[in-house]
Design a protein around this ligand. Structure first.
Ligand SMILES: NC(=O)c1ccc[n+]([C@@H]2O[C@H](COP(=O)([O-])OP(=O)(O)OC[C@H]3O[C@@H](n4cnc5c(N)ncnc54)[C@H](O)[C@@H]3O)[C@@H](O)[C@H]2O)c1
Length: 255
């Protein structure tokens, strides 16, 4: 049996009530971390944390809007107050704007995507960095997407926000290497989530029309596969990696 990879570490997972965030939080707890699940959907965050504590893990839920600086600050403060310190931040919260060309996309949808998907990572990082540095260093992961690398029609807002995270991570990596903080992005391809099934009118259609058609491995990624990527980036397994992107996309971008 291999030793747990996150023993004694404290992590915040934003979007911790969502499908991928939940899987990341679960794997981190299994690997010995204490995890704060932060989500704008307070009930989803609470359910996630409850499942983790019921299984014997250390977890806490916070209702938080990552696009609001004060909410982000208070989420970081709660993690430190409750668990004593902070080593890891996974920025997984995101919104998925309606698929429309720029001419038809409402300004409010564009603004909200930038506010949550980009500014949310900025605000959470801004407040977390000070604490991670105090703890002696750690790791920040922005969850981007294969669509940070390639375009999908009708997805100007989503693609723009995810591409922005690659730039944000690189600059943060330079700025905070001296603090012992590594910053990377994790880019999943299409993942078999409830949101994916809803978007395609069922998981079978999603697997056929998106998974098989666009991913050379012939299927959507599983949330556990994405979580293993987050664990790699959060743990010392990636100790010489910063300012980089880890693609877990079933070959989507190789096509
Ligand atoms: N599902 C996929 O196929 C896929 C592919 C590539 C990348 N991703 C990325 O993975 C991440 C998780 O996606 P998912 O499929 O689990 O989606 P999801 O909708 O299940 O989870 C996203 C979570 O973010 C939360 N959230 C939204 N706005 C928020 C805010 N302002 N503050 C705090 N929380 C907020 C939602 O309540 C939700 O629980 C996202 O960053 C997404 O862009 C997903």
């Amino acid at each position: 049996m291999t030793a747990p990879k996150l023993t004694g570490r404290v992590a915040i997972v934003t979007g911790g009530g969502g499908d991928i965030g939940r899987a990341i939080a679960e794997l981190f707890v299994q690997e010995g971390a204490a995890v704060l699940c932060a989500d704008i959907d307070g009930k989803a965050a609470a359910d996630a944390a409850k499942r983790l504590t019921a299984a014997g893990g250390r977890a806490l839920a916070v209702e938080c809007d990552v696009s609001d600086s004060e909410s982000a600050r208070s989420t970081v403060a709660t993690a430190v107050r409750h668990f004593g310190k902070l080593h890891i931040l996974v920025n997984c919260a995101a919104v998925f704007p309606p698929r429309k060309p720029v001419t038809a996309l409402d300004g409010s949808d564009w603004e909200r995507a930038l506010a949550v998907n980009v500014s949310g990572c900025f605000y959470m990082s801004k407040h977390a960095i000070l604490e991670i540095a105090k703890a002696g260093g750690g790791s920040i992961v922005h969850v981007a997407s294969q669509l940070a690398h390639v375009a999908r029609e009708g997805s100007a807002a989503y693609c723009t926000t995810k591409a922005a995270l690659l730039g944000l991570a690189k600059v943060m990596a330079l700025d905070h290497a001296k603090d012992g903080i590594r910053v990377n992005t994790l880019s999943p391809g299409g993942v078999a989530t409830t949101g994916m099934a809803e978007q395609w009118g069922g998981m079978e259609t999603a697997e056929r029309e998106w998974g098989r058609a666009k991913h050379p491995l012939g299927r959507l990624c599983r949330v556990e596969e994405v979580a293993r990527g987050a664990l790699f980036l959060a743990s010392d397994d990636s100790s010489c990696m910063t300012g980089a992107d880890l693609l877990i996309d079933g070959g989507y971008t190789a096509l």
